[in-house]
Design a protein around this ligand. Structure first.
Ligand code: AVI
Length: 329
């Protein structure tokens, strides 16, 4: 059982944040075209829906990535320094990190960083039960912004972990920015293991984001439900539809919420007008080739050192190129 001191340390390492959710929503819905950031999908309901997406037959990325991690865990673990801290950006479910814990006895501490505090804390509790020797220090934060690594792990060498092809949800310039930011957080000589979905037949891609059970549609619509719940808005969820299509020029899946009729919606007292068919652009999911991702990494301060792929999905290991940027702690 955890001592009172351990419990207090764990509580202290879960840094609370306050997101400018209302301002982002009002800005995005007042813009032309209307848009919302996909980072707001992941409240408790959205995180649970995303977990269901990862189990859908049509949604291949999670299955492919898990198989790659399982098959290559020893090779991945061989790249880690002794007594390292694994920093997972946007942790959610720790299922993938668990594969690395099983293969890499060198991991002393785990720092899952996620905006969804409740989900993060529940996963952390389960991990402490299953890996009693692993120090788990969750950080509730927007992992794209600066955050402090918890003091108990500050002196350990760091390995970054960014699975799930979440990098694909960034615009390419944001992806480069994130890679640079990860380099600053992780420090000199760090290794980063990153999952990246690959460009492929558009039919496979479209099916993955238009599943037959409608879970992805509910995940997308939950964004409006969340705005209703948290910002007192009055979106009629029956008057918006989930749209997802592949943009082959930009190599990205685009998700939209389309207004089925002309309507007005109030968000925090502000009236917003929608034309029939007008959409809120809610997510891009960029797909890369192995080469295009390696070029992105190389231009963002990382040297590719290994890649594992099944032709559908890729897991890259990259090492920080320059040692000059200081750690942020
Ligand atoms: C988290 N991210 C990588 C998922 C993706 O595939 O872009 C989010 C998602 N959106 C719809 N389905 C899954």
């Amino acid at each position: 059982m955890a001592s009172a001191t351990q419990t207090a340390l764990r509580a202290a390492s879960a840094v609370e944040i306050s997101e400018p959710f209302a301002a982002d929503v009002l800005d995005g819905l007042s813009a032309k075209p209307k848009h919302l950031s996909p980072k707001y999908f992941y409240d408790t309901v959205g995180s649970a829906l995303f977990e269901r997406i990862t189990q859908l037959p049509e949604y291949y990325p999670t299955r492919c990535e898990l198989a790659l991690l399982r098959a290559h865990a020893p090779a991945i673990a061989s790249l880690f320094p002794q007594n390292c801290a694994l920093v997972e950006f946007g942790a959610g479910s720790s299922k993938k990190a668990r594969i690395l814990f099983g293969a890499a006895a060198t991991i002393e501490a785990y720092v899952p960083v996620d905006i969804s505090g409740d989900f993060l804390q529940a996963e952390a509790a389960a991990l402490r039960r299953d890996f009693p020797r692993l120090a788990v220090h969750p950080v509730v934060a927007d992992f794209t912004r600066s955050f402090a690594v918890p003091p108990p792990v500050a002196s350990l060498p760091r390995v970054g972990f960014f699975p799930g092809s979440t990098i694909g949800n960034f615009e390419p310039h944001e992806a480069a920015q994130f890679l640079r930011h990860a380099g600053t957080i992780l420090g000199p000589s760090a290794v980063l293991v990153i999952g990246v979905d690959l460009v492929k037949d558009s039919k496979i891609l479209c099916r993955a984001y238009n599943d037959s059970e409608g879970v992805t549609a509910r995940f997308n619509l939950n964004l409006l439900a969340r705005i209703n719940r948290e910002l007192g808005a009055n979106f009629d969820l029956g008057a918006f539809e989930h749209h997802a299509c592949y943009n082959s020029k930009l190599n990205r899946i685009e998700m939209h919420l389309a207004s089925t009729r002309r309507q007005k919606v109030k968000v925090q007292g502000k009236a917003l007008s929608f034309r029939a068919g007008e959409t809120i652009h809610s997510e891009n999911s960029y797909k890369y080739t192995v080469e295009s991702f390696q070029a992105l990494a190389q231009g963002s301060g990382w040297t590719p050192i290994a890649v594992w792929s099944d032709g559908q999905f890729s897991v890259h290991a990259v090492r920080k190129t320059e040692d000059s940027s200081p750690r942020t702690d």
